[in-house]
Design a protein around this ligand. Structure first.
Ligand SMILES: Cc1cc2nc3c(=O)[nH]c(=O)nc-3n(C[C@H](O)[C@H](O)[C@H](O)COP(=O)(O)OP(=O)(O)OC[C@H]3O[C@@H](n4cnc5c(N)ncnc54)[C@H](O)[C@@H]3O)c2cc1C
Length: 533
């Protein structure tokens, strides 16, 4: 077997979390090697040309959750990152000719078009949700208290952490405590029905509960997913979503520069075949080409199912852990499309150009529509009336398309991770994509005819290209038993896996999916603690 110089840490995968983790470790003086399977860094946060002259964020497409501390520590702005706000947050076109526009200074008047009672309740809704999201946001860069059976000495620091958490929970007022419980235990739909009576505002807010969540908005668990999508900010504006100029690849390219400045060694086209184990300890990795990289510690940016079912000898894992990983639920039920457009979409309800074309355009007029779309997908693979969010990033960024032309990101929810009739997504890709485009066309006639080219990524494509098992954009469902101290498995919520020297730094660890950088940041802290020991 060929040998390469030893390093302190080998990181499997150059997704954004792998890069963040690499940065902090190298900054602390460790020799770090990142091995990325693809020929491009960034994992699900990349920008690629999908048609000559047309570039777009291939998978993830909008930014909010990226932690301000990480932006500052990695000096991402100095490395070229620029994030701009949408001119309008969301736009919900309706078939009856009306629409709802949601954004700073506009939401109240807009909601009042449908219900004055709902408009009056907006401030209280945001205030109450704000208290809960502040608490959860504050936990993102923390390591959850770990459940350990390793005796009092190991348990004591975890008890202290749990105590600090209890104190923060205690500081919430009673209403916020009740809201937190409701959001963790109930559905987004039930929560929103308690607050509002008109469909459009419930649809705009409820969409957050089903993004990357193959579930009805009326299923328990969707409440937390709604909260998860509110944890970010853009340029200091809490809960806002924005656009990285140059697409999401600009985020990871800036991270790569930060890593390079710290001396991180990065290999592209370097798929790892297995984790090297010696005397029960992770001792490096072996690449597909047989090359070994020996290291004192191995950190995986992969989703836990992929890591433990493909790269680690199962005989070396505790039986219960293996069973839990087998049962770990993945499959976010999403189809992603990039389209090259000869012109901007013209919505029947608002045909002129305007700020609404910079917004997250949600095609799903009500929670009931989303509920039906989910149930149809369970039976037929996708709904004839699907849920589509569309963004036209070229309205904010002229680097993506030739002058006069545009690119749009279509993020289609509620497509079955595995088709219920056993067919392959390879045989249904175009049929599903046609339905998504026809759906946008219903609200913006002429849209289909303006599509010059399209790139369609089914759940199967997301798995093949990005290693996202089941096409899961979050590295595992964001459900109570797969969150916080239980992500990925209770007893391993502290980034340490059940093999000495092996760590997880990807979205399958706390605080889960999205372009946050938080798992990478937190994993680095725990690895450094162990190195210092
Ligand atoms: C379609 C889609 C839309 C999304 N939209 C958004 C959005 O708009 N905003 C947002 O915040 N989040 C979004 N997300 C979620 C977010 O992008 C992901 O949760 C996040 O990027 C995951 O980052 P990560 O670093 O944890 O893992 P990944 O990005 O999955 O990185 C893992 C890396 O490991 C590499 N790898 C896999 N196997 C191997 C191997 N054997 N050897 C070496 N390397 C390997 C992969 O190629 C990849 O680069 C979206 C995701 C998808 C897929």
């Amino acid at each position: 077997m060929a040998r390469r110089p030893d390093c302190d840490v080998a990181i499997i995968g150059g997704g954004h979390n792998g890069l963040v983790c690499a940065f902090y470790l190298a900054q602390a003086g460790l020799r770090v090697t990142v091995l990325e399977r693809r020929g491009i860094l960034g994992g699900a946060a990349v920008t690629e040309e999908f048609h000559p002259g047309f570039r777009n964020s291939t998978a993830s497409y909008t930014v909010s959750l990226l932690q301000p501390k990480i932006i500052a520590d990695l000096k991402l702005y100095e490395h070229g990152l620029r994030i701009v706000e949408r001119k309008l947050a969301n736009f919900l076109p309706l078939e009856d000719g009306r629409y709802l526009a949601v954004g700073e200074g506009r939401t109240k008047d807009e909601v009042a078009k449908f219900s004055t009672r709902d408009a009056e309740r907006l401030d209280a809704y945001h205030q109450r949700l704000g208290a809960v999201s502040a608490l959860v946001r504050g936990l993102m860069l923390e390591t959850p208290p770990n459940v350990t059976g390793a005796g009092f000495l190991a348990a004591f620091p975890e008890l202290l952490k749990a105590g600090r958490l209890a104190r923060r929970l205690g500081a919430l007022d009673l209403a916020a405590k009740r809201d937190l419980l409701a959001l963790l235990g109930r559905s987004a739909g039930d929560y929103l029905d308690d607050w509002f009576e008109s469909d459009p505002i419930k649809a705009v807010y409820g969409f957050d509960g089903i993004v990357g969540n193959y579930a009805s908005p009326y299923m328990p668990g969707s409440g937390y997913v709604l909260l998860h999508h509110l944890l970010g900010e853009v340029n200091g504006k809490r809960g806002a979503w924005g656009h990285a100029i140059g697409g999401m690849g600009a985020v990871t390219q800036a991270m790569a520069k930060a890593c390079a400045a710290q001396g991180v060694e990065i290999s592209l086209d370097a798929p790892v075949r297995e984790v090297l184990v010696e005397k029960g300890r992770a001792a490096g990795v072996v690449c597909e080409n047989g090359e070994a990289v020996r290291a004192k510690a191995v950190i995986s940016n992969l989703n836990p199912k992929l890591l433990f079912q493909k790269l680690v000898d199962p005989a070396l894992l505790p039986e219960d852990f293996r069973a839990r990983i087998a049962a770990y639920r993945m499959g976010s039920g999403t189809l992603r499309m990039n389209v090259a457009l000869s012109r901007l979409p013209r919505f029947s309800c608002l045909p002129q150009k305007g700020d609404h074309l910079t917004a997250g355009i949600i095609i799903a007029p009500s929670l009931a529509y989303m509920d039906r779309a989910y149930h149809a997908a369970r039976t037929n693979g996708w709904s004839e009336n699907p849920v589509v969010e569309m963004l036209v990033p070229s309205t904010l960024d002229d680097s993506l398309a030739p002058k006069g032309a545009h690119v749009a990101s279509l993020f289609c929810q509620h497509v079955a991770p595995v088709l219920p009739d056993g067919a392959s997504w390879d045989d249904r890709r175009d049929q599903a994509a046609d339905r998504m485009i026809a759906t946008v066309d219903r609200y913006a006639p002429g849209f289909a005819a303006s599509v010059i080219a399209r790139q369609v990524l089914t759940p199967l494509d997301l798995e093949r290209i990005f290693g996202l098992t089941g096409g899961d954009i979050m590295h595992g469902r964001l459900e109570l038993d797969q969150l916080f101290a239980a992500r990925p498995v209770l007893g391993h919520g502290d980034y340490r896996m059940p093999m000495p020297g092996l760590y997880l730094c990807g979205s399958g660890s706390h605080p889960g999916g999205g372009v946050t950088g938080a798992p990478g940041h937190n994993a680095a802290r725990e690895v450094l603690k162990d190195f210092r020991r």
